[in-house]
Ligand binder design. Sequence first.
Ligand code: A3P
Ligand code: MG
Length: 451
Amino acid sequence: MSKRRLSDSPEPHDRPAKRPETESSRDSPVSTTSLTYPSLHSSTSLRPVPFQQPTGLLTFSYTPKRVLEFTHSALRYYIDPPPGADLRYGYERWIKRPEEKSRLDGLLRAIERVMEKADTSMGTGTGQKWLRDMSVITWRGVMTKILTAPYEERDGCELNAMCINGTIYLEEHHTDARLAEKEDLAPRQRQQTYYGYSFESWCTSSKPGIPERIAGQPIGWGGDVDTNVQWCSVIKTKLGDNRLVIGGEVDCVRGDYKGRTDTFVELKTSMSIRGPEDEARFEKKLLKFYMQSFLLGVPEIVVGFRTPAGRITTTQSFKTIEIPRMVRGKPSAWDPQICLNWGQHFLSTLKSMFTKDAISDQPVTTPRIWRITFKPKEGVTITSLDADGVKEVQGGEDRVGFLPKWYYDLASASGPLSSSSSPVTPVPQTSHPGDGTSQRAPGSSHDGWNI
Ligand code: A3P
Ligand code: MG
């Protein structure tokens, strides 16, 4: 394998520090590429990177037994929480989903279904063509971490990446040791984590507009927390040149659910603000709230402000698209355009590396697996994994890299690993289970969800 040149690196934050590689075997690490984060001072010199209004493809639910079904069984409706709601309520009855490797499997099942629907309505092979137009497939949490990385001051993060037919798949990498650590939270941390879920229960109901009434429980309690249960939305969007398919959990919808993303609501808790320092801390946190919601097309974020002991003092609803303007010019300001510009640069770099790798390595039997490491305040390194690294990623399961074998067979069914230049294939708006409604937001456009 030859040393890689990243010829398509955009200005101005690209300072790739590349080390020459020495090996060409799939069993050895062959290269490391480094990217540094952009300057956070101003985005005025950056080329604006458009972000397309997300379009819903489909939704699905996880049941208490963690079975994925294409139903609305886990859909919840927003309702104002009772005044002074106690977030400690029901803690002893919390059914906590065990910590596990955050695989893409559920999202891939949804993609298979989107492809089947495309084949049915527009002819065999349409699904495959549609998939090939996608640059990236991942969970919303992963995209949030990528885009907010330039501003991250504390937490590092590792991703696994692979590329099939020009589409990049990204999952978060957790070692067994890290998973055990997350499972074994200190009691105080565990309690605080529960606050967020408890808020979701107080703020949601099984019917639109009517507080839940469950025998033996206070009015408004939406039901004991079971973190196995989730309602997820899968959307497609475009960041600059890259088409993305992103899946993520949606906490609830406001009013009736009409099959569109424009009634989605994200719920968040935060400590009550008592002074300028708290305010600055909150405004910093708003970047993650904003990006997490923005990526899935969630237009509203309801924040429950709480006391240290877990009592809700006030709630406040934020319009997602208005948040960047709220923080502009403040000491704790952040600029989403810096994040989007960085995201475009990061994804284009991956695409360039992975497709060049596939071309230079023909014929290829299995795709290379990459590790992407985010170091706060420094940047990112992208390294190919050796055989032991790949084995760890597979985790002893029937997988090619981190993708389940059945999906790998589907996605690599035809064409070379490096193909990525097919023309854009329209795919019909997939109807929603149960209601047959298109999910395209009225008036949506390529920059309709721009900032
Ligand atoms: P808060 O965000 O209100 O703290 P989400 O808001 O992303 O839907 O997640 C729901 C809740 O899950 C969070 O509520 C928090 O309690 C918990 N949670 C999510 N991600 C977490 C993380 N990385 N560490 C700890 N708790 C987390
Ligand atoms: Mg939430």
